[in-house]
Design a protein. Structure first.
Length: 135
């Protein structure tokens, strides 16, 4: 049995034994393994919305700076969450971080697009309403 399988089995046991881990616990320790953690999905979408709103206020004059800041913050936050909470291998966390940085760094909002839908699905945020209602 690999280290990854042991970690996944341990995470499942912890989630089952703790009963309700609450919303915060679900964001960092979901019951099902996904490509991205729910917390990573929240990070990506929140940064995208914040940076897009600030770009509107500057009449898109700050677009180059917003793109760089978005890439850096999106990449750093994703790498840390995926490496520490999801315990991804360094190369896999780096790959996910680069993808997240690109998604956050594009100069338009991704909410309501196919890309935003992919973030919701791949991180499990699509089930968030059900998780909150079950509490």
């Amino acid at each position: 049995m690999t280290e990854r399988e042991n970690h996944d089995r341990e995470r499942t046991k912890q989630a089952q034994s703790s009963g309700s881990t609450g919303l915060f616990g679900w964001l960092f320790r979901p019951k099902e393994r996904r490509f991205l953690l729910p917390a990573t999905g929240v990070w990506i979408l929140t940064l995208d919305w914040l940076l897009f709103a600030s770009n509107i206020l500057s009449a898109w004059l700050a677009t180059p700076a917003v793109m760089v800041v978005g890439f850096l913050l999106g990449s750093a936050g994703t790498f840390l969450a995926q490496r520490r909470a999801a315990r991804d291998a360094a190369w896999l966390a780096a790959l996910k971080a680069i993808l997240a940085g690109i998604v956050v760094g594009v100069p338009w909002a991704i909410g309501g697009t196919l890309l935003g839908g992919w973030i919701l699905l791949s991180s499990g945020l699509i089930d968030a309403r059900k998780r909150i209602a079950d509490r």
